[in-house]
Design a binder for this molecule. Structure first.
Ligand code: SAM
Length: 241
């Protein structure tokens, strides 16, 4: 039975990779990457010489022949009994990146959906870092229950979501780009009412040199970023409690 490993890789600090992840990446026949150039950095660091291929980033079967050829190639390899590993640019594949679609397609094609299929593929997670869990773990905010929103929509549904965040009883966490972090904080200031005050924690550049957690009211955190423009750069995970 072919094995399809879903392998978590570092979100910044190259040391954050498990022994099992390294062994798996060394042992498989092919590594499927979001971006092969990104993945090569970690492969070089750990002397992993396995071949790589980028995987289709969208549900494009039948729309884009180059991408759909890649799906066929991946299915073919699994049918031949080859073992594959899926990695994303950072963190756990599928958590707000295109890896989820590939796992779902493979499960649909090979796993127990059709009784008549003789071929099966075992999908095996190799756990490791993810920005959402890393941010929550050191935020100091209540995390016994939380809702993860992925990336917030840019336009449609954005305002509704901020209203939902403002009225939420449990902690909400989401990913945000540096281009929109100020706008997001402005929206939190606008929608979070005095009657239902919220605490915000922005976790920036986790596991990297400039890692920083800043916690306060939405207005305080916004003010801090406005006064320190250099802190508006990098990768952000936002927690609202
Ligand atoms: N699959 C990844 C994971 O498991 O964390 C997330 C991929 S998503 C495309 C990338 C987003 O995650 C970034 O835009 C940022 O919001 C968040 N992120 C990734 N690395 C981060 C870091 N080192 N510090 C803070 N947030 C990070």
């Amino acid at each position: 039975m072919a094995k399809f490993y879903v392998v978590a890789t570092p979100i910044g600090n190259m040391g954050d990779i498990t022994l099992r992840a390294i062994e798996t990446l060394k042992s498989v026949d092919l590594i499927l990457c979001e971006d092969t150039r990104e993945t090569k950095k970690i492969l070089q660091k750990y002397n992993i010489n396995t071949a790589t291929m980028s995987y289709p980033s969208d549900d494009v079967v039948g729309k884009n022949s180059r991408q759909s050829n890649k799906f066929s190639k991946i299915f073919e390899l699994l049918e031949e009994g080859k073992n594959l590993a899926l990695v994303s640019d950072a963190g756990t594949p599928g958590i707000s990146d295109p890896g989820a679609m590939l796992v779902s397609k493979i499960k649909e094609k090979f796993n127990c959906v059709r009784q008549d299929l003789t071929q099966e593929v075992q999908v095996i997670p190799i756990p490791g870092p993810s920005a959402v869990i890393t941010a929550l773990s050191a935020s100091g905010l209540p995390i016994h229950e939380f809702t993860f929103l992925g990336f917030l929509p840019h336009k449609k549904g954005r305002e509704t979501l901020f209203k939902e965040i403002a009225g939420a009883k449990r902690t909400m966490v989401f990913y945000e780009s540096p281009h929109r972090i100020l706008k997001t904080l402005e929206s939190l200031v606008k929608f979070c009412s005095v009657e239902n005050p919220k605490k915000v924690c922005i976790a920036r550049e986790l596991t990297k040199i400039y890692e920083e957690f800043k916690t306060g009211s939405p207005a305080e955190v916004l003010q801090y970023l406005i006064e320190n423009p250099e802190k508006q750069r990098g990768e952000f995970t936002v927690i609202v409690s």
